[in-house]
Design a protein around this ligand. Sequence first.
Ligand code: AMP
Ligand code: GLY
Length: 427
Amino acid sequence: MNILLLGSGGREHALAWQIARSEQTEKLFIAPGNPGMQSLGIVVPEIGVNDFEGIMRLTLHEHIDMIVVGPEEPLVKGLVDFLHSRTELQHVLIVGPDASGARLEGSKDWSKAFMQRHGIPTAKAKTFTADSRSEAHRFLQSLQAPYVLKADGLAAGKGVIISESLEEATRELDEMLDGRFDNAGAKVLIEEYMHGVECSVFVATDGYGYRILPVAKDYKRVGDGDTGPNTGGMGAVSPVFFANDKFMAKVEERIIRPTMRGLRREGIDYRGFIFIGLMNVDGEPMVVEYNCRMGDPETEVVMLRIQSDFVELLKRMAEGWLADYKLEIDHRAAVSVVMVSKGYPGTYSKGMSITLPLEGTDTIIFHAGTKIDEEGRLVTNGGRVLAVSSYGSTVEAALRRSYNTARQILFEGKNYRHDIGQDLILD
Ligand code: AMP
Ligand code: GLY
């Protein structure tokens, strides 16, 4: 079949790598894609993920049979609803929820209320607007530090603020209510802080059945030892030892099944991935957030560990026929170390020339922020540049491979964390 994958990051490079491996794939198009994907399919840089008309034209012109949506923004903006509404596209399979399902990520207020309606364990929270500012201040004062504030809408990963001081939290709250995130912050959630260790659980669903993909952990802070500002993700590891059978049985019983049941009861036909950000609070899983797509850089390790035909999985998710799909997982560990530009997640330069070493069979360099410049050189084009992903018989062995390659990758201002996965190495 002909497949169109939407997106341009490391996540999409990893998805493309799996899709290209399947014997079912005839032609793979990736829009807008990045240079790393050129060996896997046809990259269409002129069509962006929010160019609904362009996506439709490409789909018709290239006889696309299935569209796979990588990032959240077009899902929240209703790309799937748009595609479903076009009679000429009725035959096209789509992996990704419509706008009603994408509210799991697109509105933190809606998703919190969804969890409350369906008894899904999560931190207590209340939502406020500029009109209820004094109640918001009072509620904040009634809580203990650290304080958690969340802008309701999509805010490019910057909408969550965690503050140790009441004074700072109050200032942040006022700024959010005053429009720092435009409409995304018109509503602000004030939430109880949960103490624990996080992991990312990915569910592939056709709206009824589901498969749980390998659990991963990501590393969000820019600096070693979890210091410095939050980023889009500095690395990822799978498996996660504390997500053992006992923990995952609780996750399935208390979180995944009620989520699926809740979506069905509310008439939401969800065909896509649900990313559940979990906090392990003394062995008890609590939901930090839902996302309506795969995670980045988690996908760069999760894709490495899927052995069964991934296109078959995607096809069945879209068709509503997941029931007898047999998901096979590679028993090896997978890790990804993200190479970033100096200054990221603040300001950074672009256009630095990149030298890549040869990839070994157990390491894959997924591209994120790269491009080919006018002189035909591969250069940096973003904060997160490359995700160096490796297999290993253990997490430690996989890390050794990724770090070996990371040392050999050269570009000016190259930065990465040196302690990815250290907390997951079992002695
Ligand atoms: P989110 O975008 O909701 O995933 O939030 C970003 C990050 O903030 C999460 O990955 C957590 O590390 C942290 N976080 C969010 N909500 C909470 C909470 N209630 N308690 C503790 N940490 C939180
Ligand atoms: N790794 C976190 C995210 O994709 O949102």
